[in-house]
Design a protein around this ligand. Sequence first.
Ligand SMILES: [Zn+2]
Length: 1121
Amino acid sequence: MAEQEASGLQVLLRTLQSSSDRESILTILQLLGDLLSGGTDRRIRYMISKGGSEALLQTLVDTARTSSPDYDILLPLFRLLAKVGLRDKKFGQKALELEALDVTLILARKNLCHSQNLLHCLWALRVFAASVTTAAMLGINGAMELLFKVITPYMQKRTRIIRAATEVLAALLKSKSNSRRAVNRGYVVGLLRLHQDWHSHDTANTYVLIRRGLLLCLKHVAALRSGREAFLAAQGMETLFSTTQNCLDDKSLEPVISIVLQILRQCYPKSPLPLVTASSAYAFPVPGSVTSDPPCVLTEEDFEDDGDEEADKDSDSEDVKEEDDDLETDVNKLTSKPGPDRPEEELRQYEAMCLELSCSFEDLESKPGDDLSFEETQYANHHHIPTAASLKRHCLSKDQLSWGQEREDTGRTSLLSTVKMGRSSVHLASGKAPGMNPYQNAQSNGLGIDSSGSEIPDIQAFLNEDAWDIDAMSCPRMSASFSNSTRPRDATEVINKLLQTHPQHIPFHDPCLYMAKARRTRSVADFKMMAFPDLWGHRPPPSAQPMLERKCGIQRIKIFEDIRRLLQPSDIINKVVFSLDEPWPLQDTASDCLRFFSKFESGNLRKAIQVREFEYDLLVNADVNNTQHQQWFYFRVSGMKAAVPYRFNVINCEKPNSQFNYGMQPTLYSVKEALLGRPTWIRMGHEICYYKNHYRQSAAVTGGASGKCYYTLTFAVTFPHDEDVCYLAYHYPYTYSALMTHLDILEKSVNPKQVYFRQEVLCQTLGGNSCPLVTITAMPESKSADHVEQFRQRPYQVITARVHPGESNASWVMKGTLEFLVSSDPVARLLRENFIFKIIPMLNPDGVINGNHRCSLRGEDLNRQWLSPRAHLQPTIYHAKGLLYYLSSIGRSPVVFCDFHGHSQKKNVFLYGCSIKETLWQAESTVGTSTLIEDISYRTLPKILDKLAPAFTMSSCSFLVEKSRASTARVVVWREMGVSRSYTMESSYCGCNQGPYQGLQFGTSELEEMGAMFCLGLLILELKSVSCSHHLLTRAATLLNAEEEALDHYLQRCSSSSSSITSELDDEPACLEEIDYSTDSSSDQEGSFSELDRLIQECAFNKEEGDEEEEGPGQGRKASP
Ligand SMILES: [Zn+2]
């Protein structure tokens, strides 16, 4: 702004304040009006900075206090005040100090019958009330009574005034003291009656904004407990519910319905979960004190409604800029390397886990590389590479080829060639409607002939036959302890017969071996059953599944259904049909309801309640020895009708948001489909949403803190068959027994003359299970000293996974890694010849087995125990860390350490790493980072993976060191072992929003492919490093020729894009529908500045028009005659 203009403005303002001359005041007001109406917000703010607000307020007070106030001055003045006041955060305070509140209220009272004057006063009051403190003061001075008088009783006259008055009232009621006053004066009843009157008379929806204003008043009152009580006592739930039911689809009523929904959710009486105790249904005696709260019985008396917002404070909240104070800014902590957490001599025990360093290979034949002498085993020399691309071939050939041919076919696909195809060759079923049953997409000829061409017996008869009652069977785990004599046949026999009649081949799976492994798996609840999918195996579906498109308004429909339960309880069945807490069997098989079961490995379902004929509330179990972490579920359901949508509501979820709101579906496995030749977990479910519900944890459980909230995951499933046995899970299950089976098969699959594969026990878990440790490398070329030396000198790579049991995606990625590393793929060979892989595929077996989501049997998050693990409390972490310490102590720290995880809030796959500089920079730390020397090599691997792996994205990677993560594997291995490339790899539970998999949910093949690509990334990382041996480069070059410069291509791409594009991908944008209604996120829209601006402008131009002008349809325009 020009200097002259600036000084001119100051002169105007000064003159306005000091002048008592009517004409000059009017001229100045006219000038200011012109100046501001033509200018931008910036000009108004400038005027505020020059004392504009004060000058206008002072003029108002001076003019209003004369014996007969001059409205020719007051009206333009009010318009200016409203305009300026909207943009001046301290306006209310200034008005209060200059005593402008009182004079405005007095003017309003005087003008109750003079619409134009009153309207101007209301605008001024509206901007005063934007400050809660001023609003409270206005309340004390009787503003609410005045406004209430203006808006009651209902009349369709002076609608402009009524609208302005409701808006001021709504603003006033944001003050708690005003709300309290409104409750005491019985305004809740009055407001509800007004709402009803307007609703029934305004059939053309002309006055939506008045109706919305009234509802906003109710909403603010309902923020108080006494307000909610008054609302409930006045039958508010019933009133709002019934007035909205027949107009839910009316778009013009959207502003009304959204507020109604907020009020109904706010006022829905809070109640405890329908559980006897918040702690897990499973308890396990563990050493040491358990960190979580003791079990506590929930009773109605214990339960406290939210008392959190009762503080009688009316202060304006300051805009506090959110700072990330979780970043570690202590340079000493970032740079110092702490000593070992245990005596050096303790490390010697890990020598035994590194036999590769001492083995002399005396019995190795001197003739190297004699592949042909190896007698082929079933899986020997396999080429199985789990990629989405190979899956495509696999499925295309499925009908025509026998399994042998197929394997040959996939055998020709090397990882490098899939890298070339990978990003552009995703097989996506075309024209598939979201929510459609993907089983129908599978190749089914409906003639009872399976894919192998052999006839299969009638499935129905099969399942009904007593001995084949899959529902009851699900494979008794131990016939010895299972004394029920109605199951005469041995499980093995049953399975064998099933396998005979339903031949199947699932790579790296063997039902009989699984059964043997499962018998040795020890669970807290001593599971007697095995889940059919784990036993029978899973084969990926023929095509990738797109994300589910969110149905518009689904959450609203669900919430109204929840409210209907409260208001019309007679329609509700409310029958407990399954519960871990009840010792007696709840399920009478004769009844029509679904049957549930979860007492099997990784199973998690605590209780099922039938709500309506085809609707069930489900509660999942807390982690063992804990009261929280409900998210993972895995259960069996049977007794269904086909083609009927069943609705499931998991009502005790804990996370505040979920990918279920952004296209993710749960997974389903049908036993009938499996027996028809499609043993496949698929994404299933429609009408999915995830939102905050009315259940609260009792304060007694949380130790006095106000009750924790719960969230509902709701989804509908249409089962593929009548009377099927199906399994539903949060994500593709992967049990501990599945891992143990897999490792045995992998071991048998390798040619021991080529592949050094050793499986051993890292330690025993608290639950008495073995935590496996796998070593993979290549056998030395010969037993010559040179070759054995080369063998021993290979650098280490350490990979771990599944410390969080609910993150089964991490296990599928690990499965891909393991299968690739032992494969005959040339890249895998090179990797084996150059590295020793130490892999702990499941850091938390007990958690996985017992269906936990997050913790160990002690109820602890094991990925927060790496700083000082104890051998008897966190054995797997203690020994994993011990092994890494040992490697470090002999100068053999791994090149890369990576811990595989699953991520519930983000899409894609990405890495978290550690960087001092990036952390300090991000925290805007004052510590000079210029003197700090940091090797930026931690960025290389994620950049490589970004180029190689379709699912991976650099843009979600982060290299910040947070205080809250100080005890995670990533940070501890980085700090204490000095491994600069120490990572967490996160895979979304959902899928990708970038790259070739954009819009697709992850299937197991995409996850497994990621595991293989990770390995390729390790090779390329080595090729790019300065220390890379000439020998390896030559070998890689040979491979490169053979693979049509694929590798070259990628190496070039990696190096050419060394300045990475790191446009931060945000986490999900705000959900279209409010998940958490208690956050007042919509309040900003209440006082629509531009709307008030427009009204003022309009009024200034039309001021000569008549007083009784009616407000036009919805928008405040003039009604057409
Ligand atoms: Zn995790």
